[in-house]
Write a protein that binds this ligand. Structure first.
Ligand code: NAP
Length: 454
């Protein structure tokens, strides 16, 4: 420890604000309290009253085991040195300048809340939306809870992209109401999906099965669906001997094994089919007179030598009424924080914000939308290591702010604490349990704020 780092004392600990309470935000706080050699105080802000970000609003509702990571998150949020300040929006309730005044360092860990577009005609027709929006709707995100998603008349759905998000949305559409009942899907979505007449779900990759981004465990689940068959086209599954011999990634090998296994499954007399299509690109979404999606036009591709996709000039039209593009998330700039437009991330060097004043970043908004939840643990630890390096070198020194000054600033604002969240959490679990479900999510902001301690 250097002379400078000794300037942080139990009376005046290192004060860090974390913006975002998703995995990367909570892992940042965990890393800080575990790694810091100086006394530390961490305030985690979230614009929503609920913590856990993508774990609550991104992870598929039927992947409850993945969500059990919140047990570890609770431990961090229960630590005396850590506070959760929910319902406080960066840029609205607290500006960057105010954070820099009240804290010695700020870590931005806000994830990537927007999505990438396809850039093809018809993308804005009714019935064409991003997987991000669809996921937010079925997971009960307050921004999407009031969205009136109508599946009446929808028999065909196309999902563009072959990553794990594409598999999530396809699986949710292919599952029966009984299968979904045991998930924590939002009640409004369960009601709509219960009445769904979806027959065909097309999952489309622009390249071949070898280049698909999904992982094997997630792919396997399609072989276990109660009421959906899996269909593949042999000509799209062809992998040359040379290509097969060059595969070094075990996930790709296993994926191929599972896909080929699907080809051998007996077709059951069930109402739905999930069609895996490879080497096809959407070129246009076609609408009816009311401006609603009626079909998608796709072009068949061939693989180039460098592993890219190249159109063959051969087209196909598939009647569908819903198009979900699942071609990646995208970060959104934070007011006043340097942003790299091309990458869709906060401009940073290894986690230090470029030109920042004691500002750091972690998770998807630092490195882009990739990896599983656990990937963010290492990502956050790397950022915190840099922050602590700056404490040790004296680059980060105590500023004027204090916990009291911040609390005074927010005194009139309805901050939602971790204890408040525990009340809501308990309520959701018990009302879910009464209906034989793991949880019944409260989806409206005003209603959430009504569940408080005391
Ligand atoms: P992703 O894994 O990057 O997949 C994006 C897909 O979109 C790729 O198949 C990509 O194809 C395709 N794509 C991109 N631009 C396209 C275009 N213009 N036309 C057609 N296809 C296009 O992204 P993601 O599925 O959004 O997932 C984000 C991260 O979250 C990933 O790391 C994922 O593993 C993770 N995740 C994990 C789980 C889980 O563990 N259960 C669940 C959900 C998400 P190309 O490869 O050809 O570009």
């Amino acid at each position: 420890m250097t002379q400078d780092s000794q300037s942080f004392t139990p009376e005046r600990p290192l004060r860090v604000a974390v913006v975002g309470s998703g995995p990367s935000g909570i892992y940042s706080a965990e890393s800080l309290i575990k790694q810091a050699e100086v006394p530390v105080e961490v305030d985690i802000f979230d614009r929503l009253p609920t913590p856990y970000g993508l774990v609550r609003y991104g992870v598929a509702p039927d992947h409850l085991t993945i969500k059990s990571v919140t047990k570890a998150f609770e431990k961090t949020l229960n630590d005396d040195r850590v506070r959760f300040l929910g319902n406080v929006e960066f840029g609205r309730d607290l500006s960057r300048e105010q954070l820099l005044e009240h804290y010695d360092a700020v870590i931005y860990a806000v994830g990537a809340s927007s999505d990438r577009r396809l850039g093809i005609p018809g993308e804005d027709l009714t019935g064409s939306l991003s997987a991000t929006e669809f996921v937010a709707w079925y997971n009960g995100h307050p921004d999407a809870a009031t969205r009136d998603l109508d599946l009446s008349g929808v028999t065909g759905v196309v999902v563009i992209g072959v990553g794990n998000v594409a598999l999530d949305v396809s699986r949710i559409l292919a599952k029966t109401a009984d299968e979904l009942h045991t998930s924590d899907i939002a009640g409004h979505a369960l009601d709509v999906l219960r009445g769904s007449g979806v027959k065909d779900v097309y999952v489309m990759g622009r390249r071949g099965p070898v280049q698909a981004k999904f992982t094997t465990k997630e792919l396997r689940e399609f072989g276990e669906l109660e009421a959906a068959n899996v269909a593949l086209r042999p000509e799209e599954m062809q992998v040359s001997e040379a290509e097969e011999a060059a595969i070094t990634d075990n996930v790709v090998k296993k994926n191929l094994e599972v896909l080929r296994g699907f080809g051998e499954l007996e077709r059951r007399d069930v109402p739905r089919t999930v069609h895996f299509r490879f080497l096809v690109s959407p070129t246009e979404i076609l609408g009816d007179e009311q401006g609603r999606v009626r079909a998608i036009r796709i072009e068949k591709n061939r693989l180039t030598e460098s592993g890219g996709a190249e159109g063959t000039g051969e087209y196909e039209e598939i009647p569908v009424q819903l198009v979900l593009r699942s071609v990646g998330y995208r970060g959104v700039p934070l007011p006043g924080v340097p942003f790299d437009e091309k990458a869709g991330t906060i401009a940073n060097e290894g986690g230090r914000v470029t030109g920042g004043q004691g500002e750091y970043t972690a998770g998807w908004i630092k490195r882009g939308p990739s990896g599983v939840i656990g990937t963010n643990r290492k990502c956050a630890a790397d950022t915190v290591a840099l922050l602590l390096e700056d404490v040790n070198s004296g680059t980060l020194a105590p500023r004027a702010g204090s916990r009291e000054a911040l609390d005074t600033h927010l005194a009139a604002h309805p901050v939602y604490t971790f204890e408040d969240w525990q009340v809501l959490d308990q309520h959701e679990q018990s009302s879910g349990s009464a209906a034989g479900r793991p949880r019944a999510k409260v989806v409206r902001l005003e209603e959430m704020l009504g569940h408080r301690r005391g």
